[in-house]
Design a protein around this ligand. Structure first.
Ligand SMILES: C[S@@+](CC[C@H](N)C(=O)[O-])C[C@H]1O[C@@H](n2cnc3c(N)ncnc32)[C@H](O)[C@@H]1O
Length: 217
């Protein structure tokens, strides 16, 4: 178990409280999910799903034939995600949770859970900034997905040394100055990028990026 995952195991106990019911991120999160253009029957892979904050936005959109796969490396976060999934009603068996260290995935790591012939839609929120090797990690995730996969990313960004950014870095065990949208921009077709002000954290000089596009080669 690495240090970051140990941290997230502890942090899982207060994660949802610490983000004030997701108020700082809700708008950007919803925008990222909107860019996935969800349809009934879709298969959505929520990578680094944490406590499942994205689930209530995704689940109603994919209907009774849809499937939501949440992947995370922290048992504590997955435990909270499991509880959140259960609260979404009796259909919550359409949410599958997988424990995986996503720094080190093999192509086909979702083979056992992806329904045959389905092209997934992949969501990554507030996660790539955790990793110094974010470019390689995204490249491996990209390679592991079939052509036609739509990706959406939502992250917080602050310039190095920006006022208050240290707090985000500390709490998330991240470096929010990492330009994590760039590996998506380099690879995805129909790439789109939007910036939203981070209104909630007035004492932190930061903004929120939503990036999306499609794997086409
Ligand atoms: C800041 S949280 C974001 C959670 C969620 N996506 C959200 O938007 O609230 C980062 C997540 O990355 C997960 N994580 C960190 N290192 C990981 C690794 N090596 N493999 C898989 N998940 C990891 C943590 O457990 C945590 O749930």
């Amino acid at each position: 178990m690495n240090r970051t995952l140990n941290w997230y195991n502890l942090f899982s106990k207060v994660y949802d409280l610490s983000t004030f019911g997701d108020r700082p991120y809700r708008q950007a999160r919803q925008r990222a999910i909107q860019t996935l253009d969800l349809q009934e029957g879709d298969v959505v892979v929520d990578l680094f799903c944490g406590t499942g904050v994205n689930f209530p936005y995704i689940f109603p959109e994919i209907g009774p034939d849809g499937l939501l796969i949440g992947v995370d490396g922290s048992a504590g976060m997955l435990d909270k995600a499991r509880r959140r999934a259960a609260q979404l009603g009796p259909d919550a068996s359409r949410i599958r949770l997988l424990a995986r260290d996503l720094r080190d995935i093999q192509p086909g790591f979702l083979e056992d859970v992806l329904p045959d012939g389905k092209t997934p839609k992949v969501l990554i929120t507030l996660a790539l900034g955790v990793f110094e090797a974010y470019e390689t990690i995204f490249a491996n995730l990209y390679d592991a997905m079939p052509n036609g996969t739509r990706f959406a990313l939502m992250e917080v960004f602050a310039e190095k040394g920006a006022r208050g950014a240290w707090l985000l870095d500390f709490v998330g065990q991240a470096d929010v100055s990492r330009r994590v949208w760039e590996p998506l921009k380099a690879r995805l077709s129909a790439y789109q990028e939007e910036w939203l002000p981070a209104h909630f954290w007035r004492f932190i000089k930061s903004s929120l990026v939503v990036a999306s596009g499609v794997k086409e080669r």
